[in-house]
Design a protein around this ligand. Sequence first.
Ligand SMILES: Cc1ncc(COP(=O)(O)O)c(C=O)c1O
Length: 451
Amino acid sequence: MTSGDWSRRQFLTAASVGSLAAATSGTVPAYGNLAKKAGKLALLGGTPVRPNKPWPDWPYCDKQILQSMAKTTQSGNWCRIQGGAQGVVTLEKEWARLTGAKFCVATGSGTQSLHTCVEALGIGPGDEVITSPYTDPGTIAGILSARALPVLADLDPASFQLDPDDVEHKINENTRALMPVHMMGQPCDLDRIMAIAQKHNLRVIEDAAQAHLAEHRGRKLGTIGDVGCFSFQSSKVLACGEGGAIIGNDEALMDKCYTVHNHGTSRRGLTEAIGPKYRMNEFEAAALLGQLPGLLDRHRRRNENAAYLTQRLKDIPCLVPQKLYEGTTAGSWYLYTMTYRKEHLNGIDRATFFKALAAEGVTLSPYIKQGLHREPWIDTILNMKVYKTMYAPERLRRYRDECRCPKCDQVCEDMAMLWASGPLLGTHEDMVQIADAFEKVYVNRDQLKSA
Ligand SMILES: Cc1ncc(COP(=O)(O)O)c(C=O)c1O
């Protein structure tokens, strides 16, 4: 069975039975056997659902990774431009093959990949790129490093992804590109984002930093826009400490990406452009190549485990799983995320709920504490000469006003995130325990009043 075969069926089931139904109904369903989960909460001295049991180790490490890294160390070829170096080039070929892209350029991080693409597309001072406020700072760092203006659109609060209506609303004559982020490793509303880009003649840089091997209508994320960027930072589902990659099908554009990331020096050996030095090194490539053999198996396991959790959550209305858009045929499941709905837990605040779960042996957390629209970089750039010179005063005044994303604020308050790279590689019993812990706290919510 291919991952595509599997994921189409599982995703439709999981999405329709779990997240979509629970998200839209707003009602408390009938609870089959929930009553049998009644018992004293561990927070109050009861027995934990999952006492002191470790999750699968992360970052993933096995013999093949160690051998691959030792081989590179012994070879003395530590940098991609050394004559005998093969690691980075092989990794680029393999990542292009696995994603179905024609070309790949490996870099030192996801942030570096995004910045490289912005520069390669000729986006700079005076230009605007629309992206999400609910993401890693690396997303906007790629835009700011080119001294372009990141314009933040608000979210669809059920999916935690960019709201296409707000994206379209924020397009103006300076907008050059959209940078949709596939949050939590699941596709954003790509059908609509791509249609908007086409209508307004904009380039699309997919921030797929969290979304390795996730699919939209059977196509891997990162291959749908003009270029797609990945992160291989330690926490990601494919990791080498720090690392990144750009994929794309446009040969000229990908050639430009190579030039930019190689301090402006092209494959032809000429220094042709402005560019930082963002090359991946051979050790990073060796760590990644060593973990490719089992990658698809781990991807499948995360998808199966995520589908199980989503199925179980249909009976637990205080946790609503992330909405998946139609056309989602596989997720990456870097994070398994839910909306915490305290109205179904006697109004108990999220911190207390998380404490009760942690006592049962399952850790949930927020993602980022506030959206990027609330961070101080906005003041920094509004006071910088380059921004004051390159953008009209009226534009900068409006910019501050437009940096309001109330739905993102709500998402930050209600997010309940399970980091999934390691935990979703667990056994079925591990998943049963996660769901049982959610269920136990939900069923015994009345005890929390006194916690
Ligand atoms: C959505 C997103 N974009 C960009 C980045 C930046 O990637 P890196 O940390 O590899 O620079 C990350 C990293 O967490 C991310 O999650």
